[in-house]
Design a protein around this ligand. Structure first.
Ligand code: IPO
Ligand code: ZN
Length: 399
């Protein structure tokens, strides 16, 4: 936004100070989102010419004396500051719509545009998060005897996750839910909402859906796994619910994942991340939610620094500051490849792992029959902070 504002501002200076630019001809290039382009054309009439649209952006020529009026119109009707970008040349406008400038993020070593400017969309979405939805899903998931990767219980629980996610997006034709099958019993579950403008760019939010008792597990042991990791799956479920209920239609492709077999060596996520890498998928951001509902530290959300992307971690911290009021965050280390973010990181994708507490303050009941939501006083107020953060992550990366 700041950049766009300066584009307009410096243009105003140019108009004020330079006769030359006017003598060279009054037509000027701008780029503008497709949804606003028609509106701008209607507002300006014959003095605007739509040239070409690519990747959801339109390049058009307008008369420079119309710029203040267009600027006012965009602010008024689209709540955008500026809302369009002024270009010095046709070539520069073309580079913008063709994605050439997007590739400049890559040149800077970045996977995505980490500017924060979607307040109008993120704020109302964050308001919709209800912790009672999250706690209800945790209760359902902990009621399976276990969610072990090689037991029928672990298959039954994934059938539940798949049906639940299907019901949330039942009214949409841009969404589908599928099993990702593995060589063991339990499948992973993947919900895809296809992007309308840049479907090749993919944003992933996931967590592991399996549970285990002790470090050696067993298909018959009780493993409620409420915090580890019914909390993460239930947080993802609430993010999907809010996006669906707010009728959010992404420009990029969103994928929500419930991984199988994390507890036995990150096996489900490893197969998925490797397959996407082999397929050449352009995954621009991954968030892992593993243990979100035990409020054990002075910090609310702790970004793990190992096997993660530090720029994306800082971006998520900024999102918390901007959108998750009163929530504190900081950094710590797992010290090993502690969850599925490591599968994505190892495949070369930018991953983050915002965690429920500092490592030394984490829930000590995990991998036992005591890992139930009663440890968190039967509520999901801590996990709700993570749902808000994840919504901000999805929407800001998408736009
Ligand atoms: C885990 C362990 C330590 C930390 I710090 C963060 C995450 C992983 C735990 N959720 C798990 O899945 N153990 O198998
Ligand atoms: Zn876990």
């Amino acid at each position: 936004m700041t950049l766009k504002f300066f584009a307009i501002f410096s243009l105003a200076l140019q108009i004020g100070n330079s006769q030359a630019s006017i003598e060279e001809g009054k037509a000027r290039w701008i780029t503008i989102d497709n949804d606003a382009a028609d509106h701008a054309k209607a507002h300006l009439g014959k003095s605007a010419k739509i040239h070409k649209s690519m990747n959801g952006i339109t390049m058009m020529q307008i008369h420079e004396e119309d710029i203040p009026s267009l600027s006012h119109e965009m602010h008024h009707d689209f709540n955008r500051c500026g809302g369009f970008v002024f270009h010095d040349s046709e070539e520069e406008a073309l580079a913008t719509i063709s994605g050439e400038s997007k590739r400049s993020f890559a040149k800077k070593g970045l996977f995505a545009d980490y500017n924060i400017n979607q307040q109008d969309v993120v704020r109302p979405a964050v308001e919709m998060v209800k912790d009672s939805n999250i706690s209800a899903t945790i209760e359902k998931l902990q009621s399976f005897h276990n969610r072990y990767y090689e037991s029928q219980h672990g298959v039954d629980s994934q059938n539940f996750v798949k049906s639940k996610w299907e019901s949330l997006v039942a009214k949409r034709n841009d969404a589908s839910v599928e099993f990702f099958k593995h060589s063991w019993k339990q499948p992973s579950v993947i919900l895809t909402i296809k992007g309308s403008e840049s479907p090749d760019e993919v944003i992933v939010v996931g967590g592991h859906a399996d549970s285990i008792a002790g470090w050696f597990g067993g298909a018959n042991s009780r493993a409620p796994g409420a915090d580890d990791n019914a909390s993460g799956i239930s947080t993802v479920t609430e993010v999907i619910r809010v996006l669906a209920d707010s009728n959010y239609h992404p420009k990029k492709t969103l994928k929500f994942m419930g991984y199988a077999a994390e507890e036995v060596g990150l096996r489900g996520s490893k197969e998925i991340a490797q397959k996407m890498k082999t397929d050449g998928a352009n995954v621009i951001g991954v968030m892992q939610l593993d243990m979100t509902n035990f409020n054990g530290s002075d910090l609310d959300i702790v970004m793990m620094t190992d096997y993660t992307n530090s720029t994306q971690n800082a971006f998520i911290g900024n999102l918390i500051d901007e959108y998750v009021t009163g929530v504190s965050w900081g950094y710590d280390k797992c010290g090993y490849a502690c969850s599925d973010h490591a599968s994505w990181h190892n495949a070369g994708y930018p991953a983050s792992m915002p965690f429920e507490a500092k490592k030394r303050d984490m829930n000590s009941n995990i991998h036992t029959a005591r890992d139930t939501i009663s440890v968190s006083r039967n509520n999901a107020s801590h996990a709700a902070k993570f749902a808000k953060m994840a919504l901000a992550f999805v929407i800001e990366l998408d736009r």
